[in-house]
Design a protein around this ligand. Sequence first.
Ligand code: SAM
Length: 235
Amino acid sequence: MAKTFAQAQVVGLDLNAQKFSDAPNNFRFIQGDLSFTLPQFAGQADIIHCRCVAQHVKDPQALVHQLYKSLRPGGLLLLADGDWIVYDQHKKLVEPFKWWESNTTSSKSGESIALEEDSRGRSWYAGWLNFFGNLTRSKDYRPIEELVKGIEGWMILDSRRYLSPINWPGDGIENGEDLGKVLNINQRNFFLGAKEIALHAGLSREMIEIWGRHYEAEVESGHFYNVWYYVTAQK
Ligand SMILES: C[S@@+](CC[C@H](N)C(=O)[O-])C[C@H]1O[C@@H](n2cnc3c(N)ncnc32)[C@H](O)[C@@H]1O
């Protein structure tokens, strides 16, 4: 954004440190909790792009309120978030495998894992997403459009849902070929990155290994879509 709009001052905010190898001079990054970093910009921002963060903060409604306060009158909010559900090639919801409902052993003590095929025809890929959605999403989260509507003063200009294919171009999806490739890398990395969290949540290494095998195979040959939501609102 900073490169495209050289006349703008662009500020990135995140809890975690980020590396920017070739950031231009009109960009700076502030590391910290949004509830402390955003108030520094009260009434100052012309545009805020907040992507895939709202579901991770403790109080998503308070975040959207803070975003409102950070904008100038007339300023634009581009609020985006993903969901932990998966659609099949016919755009029907895929049933997730839920290990806690299965007989598959998942104890840390490494008892035998007998029932590898216990997914009952449900998707391991959708199951992993479902599992992580339940683990990481704030209990006070609501769809982003509702969060925006929860604050008086916004005018919603646009609200839409995007489907992005994984490892295939999708059916009638704009830029589907590229999206399919990006999501393929993204979702494979997601499994690897989430392994440690799964261990902490009580899954055994054996169970994660089995899950990983099925997950990989499904991403390789399945025709899935992930879903994303985008709301554009004006103050
Ligand atoms: C799914 S990632 C999205 C990252 C990035 N916005 C993007 O779209 O690629 C969620 C991000 O929210 C950040 N995050 C979670 N809680 C936060 C908070 N209270 N303050 C600032 N950042 C937070 C995490 O550090 C993480 O980078």
